[in-house]
Design a protein around this ligand. Structure first.
Ligand SMILES: [Zn+2]
Length: 233
């Protein structure tokens, strides 16, 4: 009963406020949530058009077999706006849409190999930040990657953030590493033992956060780590 009332309400809302793309304002079809296919395909600059193993110019630590970003960060542009809305204005559905696109592009990278023993690991937020924001934007993106790749997502408590770090913006690489050192903790090593883990985040900058999480997962027994992000700065 409740479900039917909800769907009637949704029907009314769609008549009153038809769903439109958050970027270009064109109306969306039923299956599209927030961003239209044209914007997903053509609006942003592809970060890794040659499908390389490392899409940035960062040197990867030994245990990381792939670093893949979907789009190049555009300071002052649409992508920055979108990522900001995802982070601070509860537009979690945008995160899922971007995650779906990230998953599709990941599958096209020849260095991406998916076996049964693979898990998606969104970079966890410290509980204090999570309480303030209400959600973890990396988890919304990971939900989209799960949708388009079928790879399962680890649970919210499998790996947590125990250090409430200051914002990394403006920090040197050394300062970032020091800031993020020992920031994560794995609840039960069995979850990650002999698994391939795909670390998911919104933006890849110096890699300090993703590398620290990768190290934590590797210490818990993960055998391979990949990093997948919506943007790279
Ligand atoms: Zn659009």
């Amino acid at each position: 009963m409740l479900t039917s009332i909800k769907s009637i309400q949704r029907g009314f809302l769609e008549v009153l406020f038809p769903k439109v793309c958050v970027i270009c304002g064109l109306s969306l079809s039923k299956s599209e949530e927030f961003i239209c296919p044209n914007c997903i395909k053509n609006r942003f600059e592809i970060a890794n058009p040659d499908k390389k193993q490392v899409s940035s110019d960062t040197l990867l630590p030994e245990n990381i077999v792939l670093q893949h970003a979907l789009w190049n960060f555009d300071k002052g542009g649409f992508l920055q706006d979108l990522l900001h809305s995802l982070k601070y204005h509860r537009l979690t559905g945008v995160g899922v849409d971007m995650g779906v696109a990230l998953g599709h592009s990941l599958k096209k990278n020849p260095f991406f190999e998916y076996k049964d023993e693979t898990l998606l690991v969104p970079v966890p937020l410290h509980p204090k930040k999570k309480r303030m924001r209400g959600y973890n934007q990396a988890r919304s993106i990971a939900k989209g990657v799960e949708k388009s790749t079928g790879i399962p997502l680890c649970s919210k408590t499998d790996v947590i953030r125990i250090k409430n770090t200051k914002t990394q913006t403006g920090f040197s690489l050394e300062k970032r590493r020091e800031n993020i050192d020992q920031a994560f903790s794995v609840k039960n090593s069995i979850t990650f033992e002999n698994k391939t883990c795909i670390v998911i985040d919104d933006v890849f900058t110096t890699g300090a956060t993703a590398f620290e999480l990768a190290e934590t997962l590797q210490k818990a027994g993960a055998n391979k780590i990949m990093i997948a992000t919506v943007a790279q700065a």
